[in-house]
Design a protein around this ligand. Structure first.
Ligand SMILES: Nc1nc(=O)c2c([nH]1)NC[C@@H]1CN(c3ccc(C(=O)N[C@@H](CCC(=O)O)C(=O)O)cc3)CN21
Ligand SMILES: O=c1ccn([C@H]2C[C@H](O)[C@@H](COP(=O)(O)O)O2)c(=O)[nH]1
Length: 318
């Protein structure tokens, strides 16, 4: 045993190592196969701008930040991501397009069409009612007729759904002691229409007596090598934005995972990452306080003192 002070990233590396050594081997939906543990928790200090950004490989935190801003915008089409050179969601619409048309287009070609042809993007670039749609516009139905003698009335979908994020900001401001600071993307009635059901699915927040804001994220399914680094950064960034908007200070991120796995074709990357030692103490800073949670821009964020080791490339299981 070494006696060095633990680094926040050790939790992540320990989780990786435990899955490698003790994970249940299983055939998953993608056909790639995983090793997996069920029910895991990681805790990260968020005070003074601390952020759980991995240092044993370069994490493209701006891509994760752009993804989070895209969720907050309520959109579900990959076009704005592609326009910002964020490729992480392209494989799912691409796979769908190839299966429907039989056309053997490559990723660059598909992204070029999404970028250059709005009609094509509308037809082929939408992921269905995923994260942002549920966060900002959860379907609501309103009566359009009086109840008849048996009590039946006609209901119609209100174009203005429920904005869970706006409601969250209000509840944090007006009722900080509440135990109901929650939003979720897991809309059971709409899962069928989603390209993928939400993985980081439920977020709960807690305000301490001292005005500190903590986030508890429940993630039902977690790709530890590729997904988790983005998910941790995203949750920390969201907590920082919410704290700024509500006059609180970030305190802690508690991440909990359901099926927490390593894909079989990630094992070399995992060995490489486990051979490295984390170092450094990056900090997330927000340059400006926009009027609302929905007015942030990528230029409002900077991570200071981030000097990661080299990027580790790995394929994503679609
Ligand atoms: N199997 C799987 N893993 C995931 O992490 C994942 C999905 N599917 N499906 C939906 C989203 C998309 N997400 C992704 C997809 C790809 C990368 C990825 O390839 N990351 C690389 C390169 C990033 C880049 O080029 O910007 C990385 O090294 O982080 C990360 C997150 C997270 N989610
Ligand atoms: O933000 C995300 C989104 C997705 N993932 C991973 C977790 C799984 O490996 C796949 C989803 O497959 P399911 O069969 O729907 O569980 O994507 C992630 O880690 N983070």
């Amino acid at each position: 045993m070494s006696s060095k002070t633990p680094h926040y990233e050790d939790q992540y590396l320990d989780l990786m190592r435990r899955i490698r050594d003790h994970g249940d081997e299983r055939l998953d939906r993608t056909g790639v196969g995983t090793r997996s543990l069920f029910g895991e928790q990681l805790r990260f200090d968020l005070r003074d701008g601390r952020v759980p950004l991995l240092t044993t490989k370069r994490v493209f935190w701006k891509a994760a930040a752009r993804e989070m801003l895209w969720f907050l915008s309520g959109q579900s089409n990959i076009r704005p991501l592609v326009e910002q050179n964020v490729h992480i969601w392209t494989d799912w619409p691409l796979d769908h397009y190839r299966r429907m048309t039989g056309e053997n287009i490559d990723r660059d070609g598909f992204e070029a069409r999404i970028r250059d042809d709005e009609d094509f993007a509308v037809r082929w670039g939408d992921l269905g009612p995923v994260y942002g749609v549920q966060w900002r516009n959860w379907p609501r139905y309103v009566p359009v007729s009086q109840p008849d003698e048996s009590g039946c009335a006609l209901y119609q979908r209100d174009p203005q759904g429920i904005d869970q994020m706006a409601a969250l900001v209000e509840s944090l401001r007006n009722d900080p002691a509440s135990r109901r600071h929650i939003f979720t993307g897991w809309n059971v009635a709409e899962l069928d229409g989603m390209a993928l059901p939400p993985c980081h699915m439920t977020y709960q927040f807690h305000v301490s007596g001292a005005g500190e804001l903590s986030c508890l994220l429940f993630q039902r399914s977690c790709d530890v090598l590729l997904g988790l680094p983005f998910n941790l950064f995203g949750a920390a960034m969201l907590t920082a934005m919410l704290a700024q908007q509500t006059g609180l200070t970030p305190q802690e991120l508690i991440w909990s995972g359901g099926d927490v796995h390593l894909y079989r074709n990630h094992m070399d990357a995992v060995e490489e990452q486990l051979s490295r030692t984390p170092h450094g103490d990056p900090r997330l800073e927000l340059f400006r306080k926009p009027d609302t949670l929905f007015d942030y821009d990528i230029g409002d964020f900077i991570v200071r003192d981030y000097a990661p080791q080299d990027h580790i490339r790995a394929p994503v299981a679609v």
